[in-house]
Write a protein that binds this ligand. Structure first.
Ligand SMILES: Cc1cc2nc3c(=O)[nH]c(=O)nc-3n(C[C@H](O)[C@H](O)[C@H](O)COP(=O)(O)OP(=O)(O)OC[C@H]3O[C@@H](n4cnc5c(N)ncnc54)[C@H](O)[C@@H]3O)c2cc1C
Length: 500
């Protein structure tokens, strides 16, 4: 695993440094897939008008005396969300940081979990809130159908490692038996069944029992982290020097700082009237793709036109078919088995996701049927099989990832507003991968820990990412895997790499 890390182009020390913005490095070195160079980060003082009143409003009192102000924020229109975000007052905490501060982390995906883990390493307590009913992990989803038994990773499929700090974390997971290297062949599948394998390096990693079990065990050795799920934090209110979190009016606790470790519409609504206009503005600039996931179990292994017995790969980026961008055999990947039901994950392209976008919570039956049919036809075409010859799956489950992957990024490890004692972490700040999410969580934990050590409240030097511009993101439709781009790019890259 360390070979990639030894490459000077990929190695970094920035995550060992406190992330005061004046010392930010140019992260495009580590995430070269960002299409434009990143402007150097600047330490820009927060410009929004600061008024003490925002912080002194009692959330409980406010709710009873002014019901209109506290009407549920979820369900409000995008226009009203944007208006609220822009016009809200900036909260300014002035109380000194207590000796034993506690952080509220809203989101238990990779970024929120690593943030909690690294806060613990710095001796800081936290509580992670997550909506997950079946487990933590967010877009590290695994679906298991017990009585069959069937298993599918239905979002993140595997990850690669380029940064030494992430490599350290992954080494620990390897030692604890939480992840293992995926040795199965992956590559590019051209429409018609022509498969070109990627080289075996850089190594690919997977959760031993899938991605969700990995997420659930990341915090198993911590003592300073509390996890609350399922819990959908629906309001953030600053009062008397702390943040008060609640779920539909039910208090969830008070915190000395908060971390927003999720994105999309939910985060925009949560931030719309929180007293964090700069953070809210940055979050709203994020754009996300939509991707359809089709989970399908077949009685027998799938053939290609060129190989009737079985496929020469376990995972493939599909080229030339609009309805499919990735396919992977979970049975081979997770169970190393050829026999029994064959569990496949198929993802659409982002273009197909956009063309067939519907509310993900209530997919109309007709759309669901149309999408499923188009995706199975796409699989057939990709494999080069004749029309209607693909065996019928005996189990299918269709899901729309309505906020799947970021398509733009500020290219900074995290965002932190020291006046509001609030930060953001997530994949989108650096890229679109589990590695980006983990690095962002680590960076924010260090930033908060440094800020706490300084004691507050004078703190503008700790402001990070509140004004950075966004750049478009490149990569595969399901994320970035440095070193596993397209076959063309891979064969063109070595000249540069080998010369170093
Ligand atoms: C289809 C698909 C395929 C992918 N494939 C890969 C891959 O193969 N490799 C790879 O590296 N990356 C892949 N990715 C990207 C990867 O999954 C993400 O980069 C990563 O999981 C993001 O982690 P995160 O912590 O930033 O956000 P999330 O994983 O989205 O975590 C946010 C969490 O916050 C919770 N939450 C939201 N609102 C609230 C609230 N109000 N209160 C409490 N909790 C809340 C959510 O439920 C969620 O659990 C894929 C993504 C998709 C969609």
């Amino acid at each position: 695993m360390n070979s990639a890390c030894n490459n000077p182009l990929l190695s970094s020390s920035f995550l060992h440094q406190p992330l005061k913005s004046s010392r930010f490095p140019n992260v495009s070195i580590f995430f070269p897939i960002i299409s434009n160079p990143i402007t150097p980060n600047r330490c820009i003082p927060i410009k929004t008008t600061i008024k003490g009143s925002m912080e002194s409003r009692n959330p409980t009192k406010g709710r009873s005396t002014s019901p209109r102000k506290f009407k549920p924020r979820y369900g409000t229109s995008r226009r009203s969300t944007i208006k609220k975000s822009l016009s809200q007052e900036q909260v300014n905490f002035t109380k000194p940081i207590p000796d034993d501060p506690v952080v509220g982390i809203i989101g238990g995906g990779m970024s929120g979990l690593t943030c909690a883990l690294y806060l613990e390493k710095r001796g800081i307590r936290s509580t992670v809130f997550d909506t997950g009913i079946h487990g933590l992990g967010g877009r590290m989803g695994t679906r298991m159908i017990d009585h069959q038994p069937l298993i599918f990773d239905h979002a993140a499929q595997f990850f690669t490692v380029t940064n030494p700090k992430f490599a350290e974390l992954v080494d620990d997971w390897l030692k604890r038996g939480l992840v293992r290297e995926w040795k199965g062949t992956i590559g590019e599948l051209e429409v018609g069944g022509n498969f070109v394998p990627f080289p075996s390096s850089p190594p690919k990693y997977i959760g031993v029992n899938g991605m969700r079990p990995l997420a659930d065990s990341l915090l198993s050795q911590t003592s300073l982290v509390n996890v609350v799920r399922p819990c959908w934090v629906s309001a953030l209110e600053p009062f008397n020097g702390t943040w008060h979190l609640s779920e539909k009016g039910k208090p969830c606790g008070q915190f000395d700082a908060i971390v927003i470790a999720h994105n999309g519409k939910c985060a925009n609504r949560l931030l719309a009237a929180s007293g964090l206009p700069l953070i809210a503005k940055q979050m709203k600039r994020l754009e996300l793709s939509s991707i359809w996931a089709l989970l399908a179990a077949f009685e027998d292994p799938l053939p290609t036109a060129l190989n009737a017995a079985s496929l020469p790969f376990e995972g493939a980026f599909v080229k030339g078919v609009e309805s499919v961008s990735w396919m992977a055999n979970n049975t081979k990947k997770l169970l190393a088995s050829d026999s029994g039901p064959q569990c496949w994950t198929f993802f659409s392209t982002a273009t197909f996701g956009k063309q067939n976008k519907v509310p993900q919570e209530s997919i109309p039956n007709a759309t669901g049927e149309k999408v499923k049919e188009a995706m199975l036809e796409g699989v057939e075409k990709a494999l080069g099989l004749s029309k209607s010859s693909l065996q019928k799956p005996f189990y299918t489950k269709l899901q729309l990832w309505g906020a799947a992957l970021p398509t733009n990024t500020p290219g900074i490890p995290c965002i932190f507003d020291p006046r509001g004692r609030a930060g953001i972490c997530g994949d989108w700040l650096l890229g679109s991968s589990l590695e980006a999410a983990a690095l962002s969580g680590i960076a924010l934990a260090d930033q908060i820990a440094d800020y706490f050590e300084q004691g507050g409240p004078c703190s503008d030097e700790f402001a990070v990412g509140l004004h950075d511009e966004y750049k478009p993101l490149e990569g595969h439709d399901i994320g970035q895997f440095p070193g596993l781009d397209t076959v063309d790019q891979i064969t063109n890259v070595p000249a540069l790499t080998l010369a170093t």
